[in-house]
Each structure stands twice: as structure tokens, then as C-alpha cells.
Design a protein. Structure first.
Length: 296
């Protein structure tokens, strides 16, 4: 309840920033961002065992509306209200939508295109899922430092904290907390290389540590491993049980993006390889995503 109230307060704060007059900002403009994507995930249930891994396609849409404020010569603030929705091809219980708000602050350290830029972001959303286990609140906060190495290559490094919670349901074997009470920390490095005027190559790597989940059929984890698991619940989206424990994930990403309509839109194709290790076991997931983004 506390995090739900916090999410609602955050959304109301973002809305107030959208509708209030800009007393201290040098200029204000309205912004609209939208994104539609389709993604294939080879291990949608994050199973430790290859014979139990399930795949699926998901379609996602995101819409954000907000205002941009200019503070001085080098600092900008962005306040937005956000909506997103996801639908899945095979596992309809994963369908969900989220409503929330986001605050972004950017600061450029000097003049010129080579000056480094700091990006700070705080987002909070309420998730409404067809799976009761997965409905809840999602908070994230992060920072990213980026800089152009030359006129073609930009590098960046980032840190992100994520905190998700849900109501405890369908618990097994003495578990008391939700399987989706998950916190994690992520470190990321990456680069963007301009191949041509509109074509860009994107490469990234991130390392996440914290709470992870895995869906597996009952009695497939050895008793010695079960003692290392934080929560076990009967999964209402996949066959079997959902386990929450502590682990680490390494993600490798490679993609191409192509700018359209004088930079107002872009289409991108991305591949991701994710490997997670937890309780002495590991699982891998391959992800392919095609997306179109438009900003006004």
C-alpha cells in the first residue's frame, strides 16, 4: 500500500508539473513520444532447464506526453505522464498495461558537441497485469554519462536501480513475500557509431545483480537449492512454480537504427543475449526486437 500511494503521488506530481506555468524556466515546450515494438523472447519463463523453456512474441506500445524546461544554458528538465501496454502471442496471462510518470534532468558540461552530458532519471508506474502475481508497482532511478569521442562515435556509461513489488499470492513452502518483490542494480557501458548520415550501430553490455525470478515445474529443483530460494509461488501465467532468489545477469546487445522524418522518427532492429546465474544454476535468453519510435 505504501508503494502504491507513492506511485499515485508521483503521478500527480508529474501531472502538476505538466499543467503548471513555468515561472523559473527560460522556455517551455510540449513533448510527445511514442514507440511500438515487437519482440521474440526465447526463454519467456526464465527457466533453468532447457526442456522447460518457453518462447513467445510480444507486442508493446508506449506513449509519453510532457513538457521540457530549460534552466540556464546547460540544464533541461523533462516531466512526463506515461502509458504502456504489452500483449503476448501464446501466454495471454502476461498481458499488462502500466500508468506512471517520469522526471528527467540533463546537464551538459560546456559548449560544443564534444561536451559530456549527464542524464538523471526517476520513473514510477503502477502495473496492471492479467497475472495477479505480476500486478504491482515499479520504481526505477538511474544516471547516464555520455560523450562524443569524435563526430561519428559516442560512448556512455550508466547505473540504474530498479524496485518492483506485488501482493503476496499463491505462496508455497512457508514463503511470506511476493515472488515479484524484486530489487536490482545495473551497470551498463555502450557506444553508438554513425555508419552513415541516418544509420547508426548500437553496442551495449550491462551487468545486473539483485533479485531474479525463474519458472520451473514442481520438484525439479533439488532440496539443497530450495534452501537458497527466497520465495516460491504457484505461477498463474505458466505451468509450475515461480521462484525468486538472488542472482546476476550479463546482457549483450547489438542493434541498428535508421533515422526518419528529419530525426523525428527512427526504426531499429536489436538483438540481445542474456545469461543469468543464480543458486548454482544458469539460464540463457535470446531476444530479437523490431521497433519504431516517433517524437514530436
Amino acid at each position: 500500500m505504501l508503494k502504491t500511494a507513492r506511485a499515485k503521488s508521483f503521478i500527480l506530481l508529474a501531472f502538476a508539473c505538466l499543467t503548471s506555468p513555468s515561472v523559473h524556466a527560460e522556455w517551455v515546450e510540449w513533448l510527445i513520444d511514442s514507440n511500438v515494438s515487437s519482440k521474440f523472447i526465447s526463454n519467456i519463463n526464465s527457466s533453468f532447464f532447457s526442456a522447460q523453456q518457453l518462447d513467445d512474441f510480444l507486442s508493446k506500445a508506449v506513449i509519453s506526453a510532457g513538457r521540457a524546461y530549460q534552466f540556464g544554458d546547460y540544464t533541461r528538465g523533462y516531466f512526463s505522464a506515461d502509458w504502456s501496454g504489452e500483449t503476448f502471442g501464446r501466454f495471454e496471462k502476461l498481458d499488462q498495461y502500466a500508468v506512471g510518470g517520469k522526471v528527467v534532468l540533463t546537464h551538459k558540461f560546456g559548449l560544443g558537441w564534444q561536451a559530456p552530458m549527464l542524464h538523471l532519471e526517476l520513473a514510477d508506474a503502477e502495473i496492471f497485469s492479467a497475472s495477479q502475481l505480476r500486478s504491482g508497482n515499479q520504481l526505477s532511478a538511474g544516471l547516464r554519462l555520455s560523450s562524443w569521442c569524435n563526430e561519428f562515435l559516442q560512448g556512455y556509461m550508466a547505473y540504474r536501480f530498479d524496485d518492483r513489488n506485488a501482493s503476496p499470492r499463491n505462496l508455497w513452502l512457508g514463503s511470506t513475500a511476493s515472488a515479484f518483490d524484486i530489487q536490482g542494480h545495473t551497470l551498463e557501458i555502450g557506444s553508438r557509431y554513425s555508419i552513415a548520415e541516418r544509420l547508426q550501430l548500437n553496442i551495449g553490455y550491462n551487468h545486473r545483480w539483485g533479485g531474479v525470478i525463474s519458472n520451473n515445474l514442481p520438484n525439479t529443483l533439488a532440496p539443497a537449492i530450495l534452501y537458497k530460494v527466497d520465495t516460491i509461488a504457484n505461477d498463474d501465467a505458466f505451468p509450475g512454480w515461480i521462484y525468486r532468489t538472488q542472482g546476476e545477469t550479463n546482457s549483450y546487445k547489438l542493434g541498428l537504427s535508421y533515422a526518419l522524418f528529419e530525426g523525428h522518427a527512427a526504426t531499429s532492429l536489436n538483438y540481445g543475449y542474456l545469461e543469468t546465474e543464480a543458486v548454482g544454476l544458469n539460464y540463457v535468453s535470446h531476444q530479437i526486437q523490431l521497433s519504431v519510435h516517433y517524437s514530436y
